[in-house]
Design a protein around this ligand. Structure first.
Ligand SMILES: [Zn+2]
Ligand SMILES: [Zn+2]
Ligand SMILES: [Zn+2]
Length: 137
């Protein structure tokens, strides 16, 4: 995406395009992996943590990104597809070696039959393994 496309992407989601927001969106777009707040802090070392944190909260609120919680360590965030239904019932993959996380939005999770009396409102499915890069090593 060029700057113009990034700008209209934000505007389509009712987010005013500031330079920090454009920069963070661009970063999510370029990297095909999920990023944590700490990852963003390392990438944008000149931007303070609270600004990055507020940007993430806003992107979450406006359905630009979604959380991957089930990784045990830090919450990571992945960019939503244009066709995202925002249920995010798809597979996330995490590499045991490099700890990068990926969003496989076209692989959906099977619906689970829970015991009577239990109602799910969110399910996450994390697959652990090795990414192509680490397999090569
Ligand atoms: Zn979504
Ligand atoms: Zn890896
Ligand atoms: Zn995802």
């Amino acid at each position: 995406m060029g700057k113009q496309e990034l700008t209209s992407f934000l505007e389509d989601h009712n987010v005013r395009p500031t330079s920090v927001r454009l920069m963070v969106l661009d970063c999510f777009w370029r990297k095909s992996e999920a990023l944590s707040l700490t990852d963003l802090e390392v990438i944008f070392e000149d931007t303070d943590r609270s600004t990055l944190f507020r940007t993430i909260k806003l992107f979450l609120q406006k359905d630009l990104i979604h959380e991957i919680d089930a990784l045990g360590k830090q919450t990571k965030y992945a960019l939503c597809d244009l066709e995202c239904d925002h249920m995010h019932e798809h597979i996330h993959f995490t590499c045991r070696i490099c700890h990068r996380a990926y969003c496989f939005s076209d692989i959906s999770i099977p619906k689970l039959a829970l015991p009577e009396g239990f109602v799910a409102d969110h399910q996450e499915y994390v697959v652990m393994g090795r990414c192509p890069e680490c397999l090569e090593k």
